[in-house]
Write a protein that binds this ligand. Structure first.
Ligand SMILES: CCCCCCCCCCCCCCCC(=O)SCCNC(=O)CCNC(=O)[C@H](O)C(C)(C)COP(=O)(O)OP(=O)(O)OC[C@H]1O[C@@H](n2cnc3c(N)ncnc32)[C@H](O)[C@@H]1OP(=O)(O)O
Ligand SMILES: CCCCCCCC/C=C\CCCCCCCC(=O)OC[C@@H](O)COP(=O)(O)O
Length: 272
């Protein structure tokens, strides 16, 4: 009986191995499928723990979620090389902005997530089964991207409450996933919150995934991701008139850093 199960297991592993060797598309689909399965399963198992330990929706649950997600990288052969963690050690609340390449970003996010930090997410994620539940329990702020008025109202509330509750807020200013090795133009929401709450903006940059992950060419292998937490940009004394400048400044600093971390010549060097 036990030998039978062993043989079945070996046959399944062999089949997976052959399928993965045969076609990059199958390899890609299997790995993404496994990642989604892992997220759904881990969320289903972690949600009751969060409820038991912390009783409901609170940023404290992020510590539990973070500990669980940090184990995921081993399944995919991913390594993170992190620099600048000391830049998170600002007194009190802050806005953290980072580049957003893929659903895999959740691993990079949890790798360095400071305590008392929630993310801003599109409201559709609330309905992603158990993942939606765990994100809700972690205190994630949901916005309706289709209504600027709605999103602005939610963000104005966040600007007020983050100081009172002493939380950091993590925003992906590109507003959507982008795996091209460059940055999309930044949306301004994150920078409006920072100015309204008069808190610093801390930029975080992850090197381009394109050498090991590319949905267009169905590439997904193991790889190394360089992460840099950049020095905080102060916003004390800035007003809403300064938001565009602040957004541009942050965009250019992050783009330079992205190119440097990804071993790509920067635009200024290319033209010289
Ligand atoms: C255990 C296992 C677990 C497994 C699993 C765990 C995972 C556990 C982690 C989950 C983590 C999830 C992570 C999800 C990640 C995403 O869901 S990313 C997608 C959602 N996030 C975002 O979209 C954030 C970035 N977007 C923004 O900030 C956008 O500005 C907004 C607020 C959505 C508005 O969108 P928009 O209208 O398209 O953008 P924009 O052009 O910036 O604004 C239009 C105008 O409004 C103004 N404006 C914008 N915002 C404001 C504001 N707040 N106040 C005043 N004016 C404003 C602008 O200045 C602009 O006016 P002008 O300057 O042009 O005159
Ligand atoms: C009963 C309903 C079942 C629904 C099943 C849904 C399956 C989803 C399961 C696992 C996927 C893992 C998700 C990890 C969290 C990813 C967050 C994320 O990266 O969202 C993308 C969002 O930032 C930007 O969205 P778009 O690039 O604009 O699009």
């Amino acid at each position: 009986m036990e030998l039978g199960w062993l043989l079945w297991g070996a046959a399944v592993l062999l089949l997976l191995h052959v399928l993965m060797g045969l076609s990059p598309a199958v390899n890609f689909a299997l790995r993404i499928g496994f990642y989604s399965f892992l997220c759904l399963l881990a969320s289903a198992l972690t949600a009751p723990v969060c409820l038991l330990v912390n009783g409901g929706r609170t940023v404290k649950n992020m510590r539990i979620i973070r500990a669980v997600v940090r184990t995921f990288k081993y399944f995919f052969g991913l390594r993170f090389e992190v620099k600048g963690l000391e830049n998170f050690k600002v007194e009190g609340p802050a806005i953290i902005v980072s580049n957003h390449q893929s659903i895999l970003d959740m691993m990079g996010l949890m790798e360095i997530l400071p305590d008392n930090c929630v993310q801003v997410a599109k409201k559709e994620l609330m309905y992603a089964g158990t993942v939606g539940l765990i994100i809700y329990l972690g205190g994630v702020i949901f916005i309706n991207r289709k209504s600027t008025t709605d999103a602005k109202m939610v963000m104005a509330e966040v600007a007020k409450s983050m100081t009172a509750d002493n939380v950091k807020v993590w925003v992906y200013p590109e507003g959507t996933r982008n795996c091209t090795g460059d940055l999309l133009p930044f949306k301004k929401g994150a920078f409006h919150i920072a100015v309204q709450a008069q808190v610093p903006v801390i930029p975080v940059v992850y090197s381009s995934f394109t050498s090991f992950y590319n949905p267009k060419t169905k590439l997904f292998t193991s790889g190394k991701i360089k992460v840099e937490v950049l020095p905080p940009i102060e916003t004390k004394g800035l007003t809403s008139d300064d938001v565009s400048d602040l957004t541009d400044r942050c965009f250019h600093t992050m783009r330079e850093t992205l190119f440097r971390l990804s071993g790509r010549p920067s635009e200024s060097k290319k033209s010289s």
